[in-house]
Write a protein that binds this ligand. Structure first.
Ligand code: ADP
Ligand code: MG
Length: 292
């Protein structure tokens, strides 16, 4: 690209808070044919809220929530923050946790008041050898409603499920439509469960969903698409997304995201608006056209 075209493209981007880190980023934007989007914090606001608390009956709801919040207070996961906020809003007295262990892509485990409390997804309960029992159908109902279902086991027995909703960003669906107009395929990539992810993808008009992906598998999925000859942009916000952002032809970070994601990406969307993804590709295409 000519220096002038690059300057114009970079300037157009800057006007709407689309920061291209270098000339390569601008040129690659023109050639992207598939956009992979992280769900939580990218297509959704990433400010999840507790909507449902279901206990298996063995524990009263308040005691159940105090145990779960004690574990989640030690975690940095956005779902954990939602649970802690909910417990605080109810005015529940905090309890201390010890021996906290984070299980990436699964959840967390700790001892609370002499009990072993496991909080996370279905896979974590499986790993712990806990049968979900009657809570399996409640989990499924929540997932089909687009909720993320957090499962809880206490002392080796399923104790309850917490439903958490994360509102989709106002412009997510328009962004998907705009990408389709540019002839670009859109893929959702998420660690969340398949039923929840598919429900949200359908609402947004997204073609393909890759769900229940472990953090270390996200980059491998991008490599797989690239090996098929596609030019791949990855859009993400989390620490989890950084390896995938690095692996993509074009890494795009949500400005409200973590420092690691922003540092790793080639493009940063300062307004955290999904509509700036198609905007970035259009600016790239415009720049390339001026070069010829
Ligand atoms: P993502 O942010 O894309 O959902 P993660 O890899 O962070 O992916 O987590 C995958 C899944 O593991 C989450 O959707 C959730 O079900 C579960 N999980 C992880 N950490 C926690 C936690 N601290 N509390 C509850 N659930 C968790
Ligand atoms: Mg995320």
């Amino acid at each position: 690209a000519t220096p002038t075209a690059i300057m114009v493209g970079t300037g157009l981007g800057a006007e709407r808070g689309v920061l291209f880190k270098n000339a390569m980023a601008l040129e690659t934007s023109a050639r992207v044919d598939v956009v992979v989007m992280d769900k939580t914090g990218t297509l959704t606001k990433g400010e999840p809220e507790v909507t449902d608390v279901v206990t298996g009956g063995a524990l009263p709801e308040e005691e159940f929530l105090r145990l779960v919040a004690a574990v989640e207070r030690e975690s940095e996961h956005p779902l954990a923050a939602a649970i802690v906020r909910h417990a605080d809003d109810l005015g529940l007295a905090p309890m201390a946790a010890s021996g906290f262990e984070n299980v990436p892509g699964h959840g967390a485990v700790a001892e609370v008041g002499g009990r072993r409390v496991v909080v996370g997804n279905r896979r974590l309960l499986e790993r712990e050898g806990v049968a979900p029992g009657t809570l399996a159908s409640r989990r499924q109902e929540l997932a089909e409603g687009g909720r993320t279902a957090v499962m809880v086991a206490v002392d080796g027995a399923a104790a309850g499920v917490i439903g958490i909703a994360d509102a989709v960003r106002d412009t997510s669906s328009a962004a998907v439509a705009a990408l389709h107009e540019l002839g670009v395929e859109v893929v959702m990539l998420t660690g969340d469960n398949a039923a929840t992810a598919e429900r949200i993808a359908r609402r947004l008009g997204i073609d393909t969903v890759v769900a229940e992906v472990l953090p270390e598998e996200k980059a491998a999925k991008i490599a797989e698409l690239r090996a098929g000859g596609r030019r791949v942009a990855m859009v993400g916000d989390g620490v989890n997304d950084a390896p995938a952002l690095a692996q993509a032809d074009l890494g795009i970070a949500i400005g409200a995201g973590t420092d690691v994601a922003i540092e790793t990406a080639d493009v940063v969307l300062m307004r955290s608006d999904p509509l700036d993804v198609p905007a970035a590709l259009r600016i790239g295409r415009g720049t390339l056209r001026k070069m010829r």
